[in-house]
Structure formats: C-alpha cells, structure tokens
Design a protein around this ligand. Structure first.
Ligand code: OOG
Ligand code: NI
Length: 458
C-alpha cells in the first residue's frame, strides 16, 4: 500500500517555531513590540552596512534572520526531560551542550535543543534552552518532598502529543496531516496557565526557597518563558527600548561591542506580574520576559578559552555582580580586557580563534583547471577563488544565561550553591548524551572546505 510521504523534521520545526511565535505574540503584546523594533533595526543596519549584508547573503543567514528565535523552558523531572527530548527529536532538534547554572545561584542545569546541520539550521534555526530543576538542592526536606509529589502528579504532554511521538518513532516520521496535528498538540506543553496547582501559601513557601522553584513546581506545565529574536545591532535596540516603554536590564551580557562580533550578546527585560488563581486564592506570578540577542562568530576551544579568561578577569576586577550601579564601570572593564582579543576575522582565523565557512567564488570556478590555478586552500583564498565567512555561533553562554535568569528572578533570588556540575546525572535524566557543540562547528567548517576542494581541485 502506498503511504503518504513523511514531512521533513526541519519543516515541522519551522511550522512549530511559527506557531509558538504566534501564540506568544497573542499572549505577550510586548513581544510583538520587540519584534517590530528588531525588524526595523535590522533593516537599517543592512542598509547602512553593505559588507555585512553581503556576508549574510553568502552564508544564507539573511534568509533565516526574520524567523530566527530561541525560547526557554524549565522542567521539573527526569521523565519530563527524557520525553521533551523525544518530542524535539520529531522536529529534528537534538540536545547540544551542557550548562551548569549552580555557580550563579540558579538551581538548574540545562541543554539547548536545536538542529545540528548547517542545511537544517538554514531551514529553521529555532532553539530551546531547556533547564532541569535540581530538586536535590532544596534544603528543606519537607518542601523537597512536597515539590516531588506535586511534580509526580502532573503530566505536561497531551495524550495526542505522546501518541504522535511514538508514531513518529515507529514509522520514522509523520505525514503532513499528522505533522500539523503534532504541532498543535506539542504547542500545548508550552502554553501559559492562569491557574496554579498549589495553594497561595504553598506557592509562597516554594518561592521563598527560590523563585525559580515556584515557577516550575506550582504550575501544570513548563510555559515558554521568553522568545528571543536575533538583531544585527543589540546596542541600537538596547538604546531604543525605553522609547518603546520597555526597560532593559542594566548590562548587555556577553562580549563588548566589536567590529567583528564573537559568540553571543544578549539583553532582556523583566515581564510584568501576571494574575494567577491559586487553588484557594488569587495572586500573581512573574515568569515571562523579553530578550534580544546578537550572534557572532563561533569560537574554537582556543578562542573560547581566551574569551572565558578575559570575561573572568573583567568580572574579577569589577568585584561584584554587574548591576545598575556598576554598569558603566563593567562596560569599561570589558572594553579594556577585550583589547586582547583580535577584532579582525583574518587574524582570528590565522590564530585559530574562530570557525569559518569557505565558499567558492565565480572567479574560482572560472579559473578551475587552468595551468596557473593555485593548489592550496590558503593560495586559493589569497587569489580570491575562495571566500571566507564567519561561522555563526548557534549556542548559549552559561555566564550570560545566569545573568538573564537573575535579572528576571530579581536580586532577592541570589542563592549560593556549592558548584557541583553534574553532566552525567543530567544525561541520565535525558536518556542520552548531549552533543559537543565544538564538534558540530568543526564538522560544518570541514564540510565547507571539502566542498571547495571538490569543486575546484577534484
Ligand atoms: C533561561 C535563561 C537562559 C539565554 O538566552 O541564555 C537563556 C531561563 O530563564 O529559563 O534563555
Ligand atoms: Ni534566552
């Protein structure tokens, strides 16, 4: 019997990302305002910087820019994490990287679900920063037991979503009708709930332990807490936010402003309190916020080590968590320390600090097979037969993520946990290993080199 062909997981992810964005825009009007601001800024930057426009054209990023966004959720149990991993797999998203947030006083560890191949990323770069609450860090045994019981009682996936995940696993994909239904069912897991599953007093107890614990334990599901568009100039957006009635956090996380952006810069604004019906009383909860980000070139292990070293040095010199009061000094320290990081793609490439993609040029094709055609990669680049473009960073940064968490949880939430990174425990809960992002960048870079040699020298 003929079967209807399966929809590609990349198309399902693209459809899901759009559905999620529409849902969030309906529920959080400020998100719509932010999207407009980012779109206006991006248009202006592309008009003003033809070389950037050309670079993004070359890498294909220009086509994905408008739909590019990431979200974040916080889960309560190992089973939830294992099942969300299967749900994301239906959309071609895999867990990349391990982030330990406990050194920053946030009792979670995390991964990012995303597509892993450059072609899949081109169809949809949608990512979800996914955290797992570490209940073992709740000190009060009664409260911990209460949280465990509350979480054990909830089911964050619809029966329809679970059935379609199983069907996709068994059949190796979903047909168009089932794929649409999957998107509808999967979306329910990320929806906001106006009712809590606990009493007002229980919520308060959880919140007193840590605001994040209340956010996870007191609700039916892991509401998406932000969706972040990608801007080409985060400083412009940061400056324009107050004019749109949006108050950003004091400092932009990540590296300082540069001519050649590296890794990731992010800023966020705190969401308003939203009314919540507890089982016995009315109250409010604040969880949903807005964030924007600017992405730069992915760094090699050597480049990343230099980044971490400079960031830590600047933070040590500041001697405190960046805040309103010390923001100007922090930015000055960052500028000063990052002088040591070459702000030039050519130098970054020569020194092995960043990853790049290589593209054959018209000139290269025209000269193919001629007697004086250069025969090495470097000579082909020098002759203009191959273009080199930065490979964009697709992941997150733990120190930045901690800053984003903190700014949205409020300063009162700063706790101290003995740093106890536990990737093995996280992967046990996940039911699989997380993927090393550096391996992915290395592979993409190598594929682009192979394509060039194949096209010019084979
Ligand atoms: C996630 C915060 C981290 C980012 O972009 O670094 C994050 C959360 O608050 O759940 O989204
Ligand atoms: Ni984020």
């Amino acid at each position: 019997m003929p079967t209807t062909a399966h929809v590609s997981p990349d198309e399902i992810r693209k459809g899901f990302s759009k559905a999620m964005s529409d849902m969030y825009r309906d529920e959080v009007p400020l998100y719509g305002a932010l999207m407009e601001l980012v779109a206006e800024t991006n248009t202006r930057v592309l008009d003003a910087e033809p070389s950037l426009a050309q670079q993004l054209q070359r890498t294909g990023e220009i086509q994905r820019l408008d739909m590019e966004r990431h979200g974040a959720i916080r889960l309560g149990t190992a089973t939830e994490l294992a099942t969300i991993s299967r749900l994301f797999a239906v959309m071609g998203m895999q867990p990349v990287g391990y982030y330990d947030l406990t050194p920053a006083g946030v009792p979670v560890h995390s991964t990012a679900f995303r597509a892993v191949h450059e072609q899949a990323l081109q169809t949809s770069p949608f990512r979800v920063f996914t955290s797992l609450l570490r209940l073992e860090l709740i000190e009060n045994p009664d409260l911990r037991a209460f949280a465990e019981t509350a979480l054990a009682k909830r089911s964050i996936f619809t029966p329809g979503a679970l059935a379609l995940i199983e069907q996709s696993e068994a059949d190796g994909g979903l047909n168009p009708v089932d794929a649409d239904e999957f998107i509808r069912q999967a979306l329910e897991t990320f929806r906001w709930h106006h009712t809590a599953t606990v009493t007002g007093a229980q919520y308060q107890q959880l919140s007193d332990q840590h605001r994040l614990i209340a956010d996870v334990v007191a609700f039916k599901g892991p509401h998406i807490n932000h969706l972040t568009p990608r801007t080409l100039d985060i400083d412009q957006v940061q400056d324009a936010m107050p004019g749109k009635g949006i108050t950003p956090k004091a400092v932009i996380e990540g590296p300082p402003r540069r001519n050649c952006p590296i890794l990731l810069r992010q800023t966020s604004f705190k969401a308003l309190d939203e009314p919540i019906a507890f089982t016995d009383a009315k109250g409010s909860h604040s969880a949903r916020f807005g964030e924007i980000e600017q992405r730069g070139v992915a760094l090699t292990p050597k480049g990343r080590a230099l980044y971490d070293q400079l960031l830590n040095a600047a933070r040590d010199a500041l001697g405190a968590f960046p805040n309103e009061g010390n923001a100007a000094r922090y930015m000055q320290l960052m500028e000063q320390h990052f002088q040591a990081f070459p702000d030039n793609y050519g130098q970054m490439r020569e020194q092995g600090l960043a990853y790049f993609r290589y593209f054959v040029t018209e000139q290269g094709l025209a000269a193919r097979g001629t007697a004086d055609q250069p025969r090495t990669l470097e000579a082909l680049i020098a002759a203009g037969h191959i273009d080199v473009e930065p490979l964009v960073y697709e992941d997150f940064l733990p120190v930045s993520a901690a800053g984003i968490f903190q700014s949205n949880l409020g300063d009162a939430a700063q706790s101290h946990y003995a740093a106890n990174s536990n990737q093995a425990e996280f992967e046990k809960a996940l039911g699989r290993r997380t993927i090393d992002e550096l391996k992915l960048y290395g592979e993409t870079q190598q594929r682009s080199i192979d394509e060039c040699t194949q096209a010019l020298l084979a």
